[in-house]
Structure formats: C-alpha cells, structure tokens
Design a protein around this ligand. Structure first.
Ligand code: FE2
Length: 431
C-alpha cells in the first residue's frame, strides 16, 4: 500500500495504538503496524493522535478587537454588549476580515479545525456577515467555518434585526441564532424563540441560540426552545448556548426541565471561560459560578459541547484559541474530576462538538476526511493537564502546522538539563 502521509505509532483517544495512513485527503487505513510506502512518515510514537479540536461557539466578528474603542471596565456581559455597540459603527469589512483571518491562523496552529461562529446581524450594512462569508470561503480548504445569524441587540428589540437576519440567511449564513433573554420582556423573548425556530424549520436550517445567558433563576427560554424543537420536528438540529440561568434555577424545576431538553434532543453549549468570568457579577458572597449543570445534563443523556465564545474582545481580555484551555476550565468549574469525566471533557471539545455542528465527515475512521492533531501527551487527560503542544496538525491530508515540543533547559546543579513536563503516572487508574 502507498500513502501520501503515514502517521506512525500514535495513541488514539480511546487508548488504541494505531498507525494512520492518509491518501488523497482521506483516511485510508487505521491499524497497528501499517507497512508500505509513504510520501511522508510522521513519527507519533507514544503521542496522542486526535481528531481536530472543534469550537461550537465563537464570535469571529469581534475577536482580536480587545481595547477598541475602550476596555470593558465592569467586566459584565451588558457592558460588553454596549462596548461592541460603540465599536460597530467604525468597523470596516477589511478590518473584520483581517482579524478573523489572523484568528484562523491561530486556530490552525492549535489544531482547531472546525468553528461555529455567531455573526452579529444588527448592523444594516451587514459588513461583518460579508466579511465572515469571505473568510469562510478562504479558509474552507483547511478549516470548517459555520456561521450563525445572531441578532445581538435583540430580534425584536432592534428595529431592523429581523429583516437583517433574513438577509444574512439569504446571503448564505448557515444557522439561525437568537438572544431571547435580551429582548425587552420575557414574553418577547418567548415569541422570539418561536419565530426564529419557525424561520429555521421553513428553511431547513439548524438553530443555535444564546439562551438564558443570565443569573436569573426564573428565565424560561430553554423550556421554550425545547418545546419549539419538538413542535417543529427539529430534534437533533437545535442547540442552546450558555444556559447559565440553569445554574441558579430551582432544583425541582430543573428536574422537570432536563428530561424535556433530552426528549427534544436539544444540545447544550456551555462556554466555561466566559461563563465563569461574566456570571455572578451582581453577587456579593457566596458568588455563583454560573456555569450550567453539565454533569447533570450528561447524566440525563443530553449532548454537551464546550465552546470558547470569545478571544480578546469586548467580553474577554484573554484567550488563545486553545480548546484544551476550555476543557481545563470546564473540568474545574463543573468539578468533573473522575478519570471518566475528564475524558468526557476532551470529547466535549472534539467529537461531541463535531456532532453538534453536524460534521458528518469528521473522525479518525477510514473514509473520513484526513484531519488530525498529534499532541505532545499520551492520552486525553494528559493533554488537558498539560494543554499539550500540537506537534503536527493535518487538515484534509495536508500538514498545515508543526511545532517542536516545548522544554525548559534547567541550570540546576546536579539536576537534569531539561525538564520534561510529560511526567506520566507509572500506572493510570481505570477510566
Ligand atoms: Fe456567545
């Protein structure tokens, strides 16, 4: 057999050791000890070989705009929205595109090869929509960019949001978004969920709504989203992003809500870095974490994918495009510390998020698109612990990024010359 690329000796996320043969942009073989010729052989001995990272919730129109025109002084969601509103009139298509493409370069280096980005449609010029549609076309050979029409200022609250959202969908935006908790009344929020789901159903599109991104324990838009998903027969095609109010809801109500969410096959996309930073800002002490009920949703059979939401923008002053940072934070805040739970956190930034985005061609199986990441770690938990270096990133059968493993040179008398952060436990507890 001959391959374009042969990745030798890697360890798959499920613990199997296997070589991966790549031909014509596709995975041609996954098994131990593959022989034959290859245009290039990559030695991944003892390294984790994973399908690419997937970010199911991002804002690429705002990324890398930190500090423009000023910094979010209160650190709240609402000041972030106001700040973005101040920046919007001065945006140009070229500038949005330039920032987005710069971020996509970072994503390539991080092995982040699929991103669902919301794009604000509350600007009559729709220049961010045009810019991100351009970016989507440009990066398509190596990065799967899915766009969500997002009425940031409210589907009803903003006077032209509805017509702009429909225009954006006509232009080719993939998914219908919403922000019911930001409408003027709970009733307007409820109606917006209904109308937006109807628009998506009519056009055969998926839905991904910012939903109940508040600390309000009586916010009820997730319930409405689950109801509309059922009513319109959209099971499996709808996601609720954030769902932070669920953190603060009455436990009895949640015991009724979770089975409804599961029944509607509504996916959940918490954003741990942003939720822990933005929520609980009106609390003194004890201060709520705000992250939605991740372990409880998983136990109820609800699909959960962790998103990143923001990198260097009006809402978040940090970030690198590293989905392992997201998994690391999610693991801590949700207290998912058992070996099995930690493994699940890795799945939530890879396979689970790919399923939420509907990426049918994703995964390390024969016939799928040949996209993968070689990580400087032995298994998914170690990858999260180390936020491991991406030694090699392959997209659609082409190597797009490479990196030497990071090591610190030590100058301590009588100690080794290099510190190897890849300290492995001699035996690992069973997952
Ligand atoms: Fe968001």
């Amino acid at each position: 057999m001959s391959f374009d690329i042969l990745v030798k000796g890697g360890i798959l996320p499920d613990g199997r050791q296997a070589d991966i043969g790549i031909r014509d942009g596709r995975i041609a073989a996954v098994e131990p000890g593959i022989g034959g010729e290859a245009g290039r052989t990559i030695d991944a001995s003892g390294d984790l070989v994973s399908p690419p990272f997937v970010d199911p919730h991002f804002h690429m129109d705002a990324t890398l705009s930190y500090g423009q025109p000023r910094i979010n002084a209160s650190g709240t969601l609402l000041e972030g929205i106001a700040l973005w509103g101040e920046l919007k009139p001065s945006l140009t298509q070229d500038e949005v595109k330039e920032r987005a493409l710069a971020y996509c370069d970072w994503a390539a280096a991080m092995g982040l090869l699929a991103i669902r980005s919301h794009v604000d449609v509350c600007d009559d010029r729709l220049l961010a929509v045009e810019a991100l549609l351009d970016v989507k076309r440009e990066v398509a050979p190596w990065l799967d960019l899915q766009l969500v029409a997002f009425p940031q200022d409210g589907f009803y609250r903003d006077p032209t949001a509805k017509q702009n959202l429909l225009r954006a969908l006509d232009m080719g935006v993939d998914v219908v978004g919403g922000i019911p908790h930001f409408e003027r009344t709970m009733e307007d929020g409820r109606r917006s969920v209904t109308e937006l789901c109807e628009i998506a159903a009519e056009r055969g599109l998926m839905v991904d709504m910012h939903c109940d991104e508040t600390d309000d324990p009586v916010s009820r838009h997730v319930e409405q989203l689950a109801f509309e998903t059922q009513r319109l027969g959209m099971q499996g095609r709808v996601a609720g992003s954030h769902l932070t109010s669920m953190h603060s809801m009455d436990n009895y109500y949640v015991s009724k809500l979770l089975p409804l969410v599961a029944e509607a096959q509504l996916s959940a996309i918490p954003n741990p870095l942003i939720n822990i930073v933005l929520q609980g800002r009106h609390d003194t002490y004890p201060k709520r974490r705000g992250l939605t009920r991740v372990p409880e949703m998983l136990a109820a059979g609800i699909r959960v994918g962790f998103g990143q939401d923001c990198v260097l923008d009006p809402w978040y002053s940090l970030g690198t495009g590293d989905m392992l940072d997201v998994a690391f934070m999610g693991l801590h805040v949700a207290q998912m510390t058992s070996p099995a739970d930690m493994r699940r956190c890795f799945d939530m930034v890879t396979t689970e998020s790919a399923a939420i985005m509907g990426l049918a061609d994703y995964g390390l199986e024969v016939g799928k698109q040949a996209s993968l990441v070689v990580l400087d770690a032995g298994d998914p938990v170690e990858a999260i612990r180390l936020r491991a270096d991406r030694l090699c990133v392959i997209s659609n059968g082409t190597v797009i990024a490479e990196r030497e493993p990071g090591r610190s040179k030590l100058t301590l008398k009588g100690r080794p010359a290099y510190a190897d952060p890849r300290f492995r436990l001699p035996s690992k507890p069973d997952a």
